[in-house]
Design a protein around this ligand. Sequence first.
Ligand code: ANZ
Length: 805
Amino acid sequence: MKYDFSATERKWQARWASENTFASGQDQEKPKYYVLDMFPYPSGSGLHVGHLEGYTATDIVARYKRCRGFNVLHPMGWDAFGLPAEQFAIKTGTHPRLTTEVNVSNFRETLKSMGFSYDWSREINTTDPNYFKWTQWIFLKLYEKGLAYISEVDVNWCEELKVVLANEEVDEKLADGYTVVRRPLRQWVLRITAYAERLLEDLGEVDWPENVKQMQRNWIGRSEGVEIDFELRCHRTNLRVYTTRPDTLFGATYLVISPEHPMAEKLAIAQQLVEVKRYIEQARLKTELERTGLQKEKTGVFTGSYAINPATGEALPVWISDFVLTSYGTGAIMSVPAHDSRDWEFAKKFGLPIREVIKSPHDVEEAVFEGKDSLCVNSSNDEISIDGLDFKTAFDRMATWLESKGKGKRKVNYKLRDWVFSRQRYWGEPIPIKHYDDGTMRPETNLPLTLPEVEAYQPTSTGESPLANIESWLYGEDEHGKFRRETNTMPQWAGSCWYYLRFIDPQNSDELIDPSREKYWMNVDLYIGGAEHAVLHLLYSRFWHKVLYDLGVVSTKEPFQRLFNQGMILGEDNEKMSKSRGNVIPADHVLNSYGADAVRLYEMFLGPLEQVKPWNTNGIEGISRFLNKVWRLVWEEFAETPRVTETKPDDAILKRTHKAIKKVTEDTEQLKFNTAISEMMVLTNELHKAGCYCREAVETVLVMLSPFAPHITEELWQTLGHAESISGAVWPVFDPALAADDVLTIAVQVNGKLRGTFQAPAGCAKEEMIAEAKKVESVVKFLEGQTIVKEIAVPGKLVNFAVKP
Ligand code: ANZ
């Protein structure tokens, strides 16, 4: 019989759907396993082979864990609010809901034809009012706790898109050729900074790739420093700076404040005012990135004012420059040009003094010295000396001295900013707040607050969303008086902040999640997705999770126990797949030609899951041949009945099978799917070579292969007489004695003469054999004082050293 992948795959997909084969059980006695994909944004261009990589990996794990006796939760849904659908609506007038519906149904079809074992009864969509009711509910909890507030913030305003961007989104938009300027706007902001310390600390509790943790740490950017007050001459206030290097205070030769600093104009003396004003206006038009880019030429303007260095008593000129950010520290710095490169460049450009206060290996007029491992010099006055001290001691001594004089205070700072949470958009969750005529605001009591129908989706140039044009929706009256609704909507990140919880209890209309279900299913045991989400989604969702933890809605501190980033699949040309390059391989295309099992296996066989690797359509052919060989384990060509026998496998085959079980089990546990597959290929070949088609061996192959290639194995499983789905089969267990490597005796020769032997496992690599041979006691004396000119290793047999005196 010949294998017809397309009929077989359709048959089993229909059967799984009608029998709800992959519905998670309600049985809370069983151990659970929650394996989750980063759910997709249903774009118009459909899924490509890159998307399928992570989904295949999680599906293998889900199916494997079921065979290991776990109650598995493996859901899928849609992160469907967002810009592309809205931009399409602006262009064509098509309601984003309709666009989304079409895209979702395409995505769902493709995922179903891949045979992914999702529990589709748990499907969620972030744009469904029954879902975003709870997103709005969480927002109101944040509001009640003072974690959501309105603020005039300097936002990143994109003129072409007429929308505010989060800091995290700016780089991407600039790269796309949009212009982004800073502009103050009334915004909803979430106080993520209140959770900075916990977001940092609890990284210790999760099993995530170290680079992702490090990116989060950098993003949060904790630093320990001192705020120092510099007395201003001719002003009654102080200028407060933030520094992480109080040990360099004696070397501070000028001060710099940001253009937006409240004192900026006030400090400008009459002769400098025009120039200062012009500079401030120019800075407004630059983005943060343009201002702080390291290679950017430093610019600045002198205010004409001076402030007193509390350590030296000198009057330091106060400058304004845009490399100092308003939103960090105090928006003012003390400049130590000898030991900070930005300060050094600035000092060189404007002819400001450079003073060495950390012993430097070279002249600080020639180059900056930023090292922290040297000692302080030129740093004493009548009250304090830190000369000869190292960084840490000097830091402490100086901080204590400043504190005792009331001139400074130790301070921990974070780079993390509060999260600008509103968008001037239609296609998002409405922020459920009512603004009353008397200036007060109140939460919407009736959730969900849904979106009204609108005619035009273009945001208004005043910065308000198109919702501001829908008067019937906008205005209302209740027992508190007349109100106008908030017209801002939430950013795209909102819905994905908590979706993993809703999968656990998707239909609950009374609560966000039932506590006993939450306790049973959380945490997510394995979360697989792209590395591009290292800071945005993964930080925002951790933040919301902690808020929900504080509210008692969830019982775990962290949402995602283990995180794994799959490596990107590049186009056949080794470039990132993108529409503009025209190198995208649509999933449907390969699916139709080769079938789901081949695509799944091929995706996993391309290389280690975490590695970036190019697609190569030719490689699928080999996979199809392998599947054919698996088919032949049961069906001989032209035969009418299966060839499987009820005999026991002989010792050699038994041993071989158990070794394969061990290898495939261990590799699958570690997500090393490429090597697991190659082991199954070898085993299949060996069974054919030995002419062994006994049930025990063949069924072992089928069960082990079932998570990877579920359709063909399901079909053969049925052929072998099983009424139940192979997805419920018990994973084979290896006998350690049978699976153990054979130990062989290896001869060691020196110049062709036998000088000793040692034991090595079969399959021991050549390098290891050589290394072992050199340690054999009886051999050592023949190598001593000799030069080895050649090393030869014959696997499983011998090592020979050719030596010369
Ligand atoms: C004096 C000094 C001497 C500094 C020296 C550094 C080296 P992190 O570690 O990132 O927290 N700084 C402070 N506020 C700033 C702002 N709003 N914009 C730009 N730079 C600012 O960096 C803290 C250091 O960055 C501070 O320590 C300050 O420069 C600068 F040899 O003060 B330092």
